[in-house]
Design a protein around this ligand. Sequence first.
Ligand code: PAF
Length: 284
Amino acid sequence: MKVIHTISELQKEISSLKSEGKTIGLVPTMGALHQGHISLVRRCVDENDVCVVSIFVNPTQFNDKNDFLHYPHTFKDDRELLNENGCSIIFAPSEQEMYPQPDTRVFDFGLLDKVMEGKFRPGHFNGVAQIVSKLFDAVTPDKAYFGTKDFQQSVVIKAMVKQLNYPVKIIECPIVREPDGLAMSSRNMRLTFNQRQIAVKISQALNKSRNFAAEKPISEIIDRVTNEINSEPMLKVEYFDIVDGNTLMPVTDWNDSDYIVGCIAVFCGEVRLIDNIVYKESVI
Ligand code: PAF
């Protein structure tokens, strides 16, 4: 496994691999890797000749400076995990390398980046699109792997790929959960012991709602899930929206779409956690 810090060295390596006919897969990450990331890496290793994992805590996607400052950095552990799981190249650039000049590009994703996360984290998805497009330019992958815990992010990235005509296949991978159901996240590391015990209520409430979703109006599901989670004093729901999985527009009736997803953000103390549940599966 190689560790590369500059775009020029990466490009040299990639073009030599491509000249040998090798296919390239990319797993973009911000480090602090957990088994959710590793599931993406394993799939990338299985489906490509070369698996590149980028580790870069991207400043332009943090609308909250505090969140950026507290983002965990665990490079030594990450490197070991990646080595054990078949990664061929770690691309770990500096901020100066990725942003030699401020990136002033403003993407237009219509409403996709205005709702849910976009409403509470203005500019977040523009920053994600900036860095992911730079990574696609640097790595020129055949396939790129994203976890669906960040459901809205996947939708926005698919829109970006379409807009910019990237010849990259986006592979969306299922959420990986802790044994008790909590969605794996680098942010879970910041939970205290007590917060960690309580955080599981988020996935429990979502799962429970699936059992009675079809018989109840959508507005009732939203109220029930929100109230159940908020009844825990340590938890505070920021939003819980039930949306069309393609357009991300809220649905008000189960017959409004054949692909319906509930997306939630919850503060557990200072730590903001997101999760989602598919109520109705896409037929595509
Ligand atoms: O999902 C993430 O970890 C980040 O948003 C990504 C895609 C690596 C871009 O910085």
